[in-house]
Design a protein around this ligand. Sequence first.
Ligand code: C5P
Length: 402
Amino acid sequence: MLSGKRILLIIGGGIAAYKALELIRLVQKAGGSVVPVLTRAGSQFVTPLSVGALAGAKVYQDLFDLTDEAEMGHIQLSRAADLVVVAPATADLLAKMAGGRADDLASTLLLATDKRTLVAPAMNVRMWDHPATRRNLAALRGDGVLVVGPDEGEMACGEFGPGRMAEPPAIVAAIGAALGPGDGSGPLAGRHVLVTSGPTHEPIDPVRYIANRSSGAQGAAIGAALRDLGARVTFVTGPAAVPAPSGVTVVAVETAAEMAAAVAAALPADAAVMAAAVADWRVANAAGEKLKKGAAGIGPALEFAENPDILAQLSQSAQRPRLVVGFAAETTDVVAHATAKRARKGCDWIVANDVSPGTGIMGGAENAVTLITGAGAETWPRMGKDAVARQLALRIADALAG
Ligand code: C5P
């Protein structure tokens, strides 16, 4: 998926620099090539020898290396790439970038480039939380710099919190998304993918309804990630708290019954990702008029009828997409329940997440998922919903290519 793409990789000075080696390997596996730049601090953590050997390329380190200047000036070096990636991006590198400094090779390349830049921050949690870092990051985002991570977790310094560099597969996914087409290319070009997202609203009467806490954030991120890989996306969404992604065909629905109809109408599709939190029941005796308070002080008795299971129906449909992916929001025995759900619903994969109170996942920015396929269960590290979406989109592209 990174076929023929050239990544200028700036390796900053942090303990996470060792992960840059894995990143080089993964970029190459995806068909791309890496031109490595090692900062002085970076060379305290990984050696130029190992970086150069893995990249199969010269490692650039010094601005005033005349041979390099003769061979390829820093301007040219920064522009020959398709994307500039900084991993790990230390607090100091981010500060330099935000300030427009150019006092060494890395910062000069970052200032001279005409390509997009993706940073993977890595630092101690307090440095990450510091107002100066917040300010620098906001400025960089404003400049159009892309950011992946950091993840939350145990840090090398013994503290806990956000600051761990994103895992290399997530960085590769972000690279793929950054280079993503919009030009009819990409691994999902020519594919139609159907995504459902958000909650459903089941009316009680014309003004009241039953809903759930799904924000639609994960579904929207999946729609965007599939689009970035070149897919034509039909995005069927209930009333979500987050906006639908741009560049996709949005079908807005309210109830599960409407969603089922919209899904059927969107077929055929090459793949479907059913990320919606569909209400299991609708109110069977929904009132046509607004319900009034009774004189006796007793509330109305609601009767429920089961909604159609859209995922199960799609999995059995004559027009079944080649790959059907369901979601499972569980609070206990996540893997066991999700594995049973995969079999029961007849879908190919289940993306299971633990939505127990306290995980902060429902409505939050992060997700911790286990992917259940025919081959077994794979637990992914906790990461941003965007990163989960990019990784899932890449897996879908792989599956449809095979
Ligand atoms: O059974 P449960 O609701 O936990 O299953 C979740 C998965 O099934 C999700 O992919 C969801 O979109 C889908 N689903 C559905 N129709 C329903 C209920 C759930 O498509 N009525």
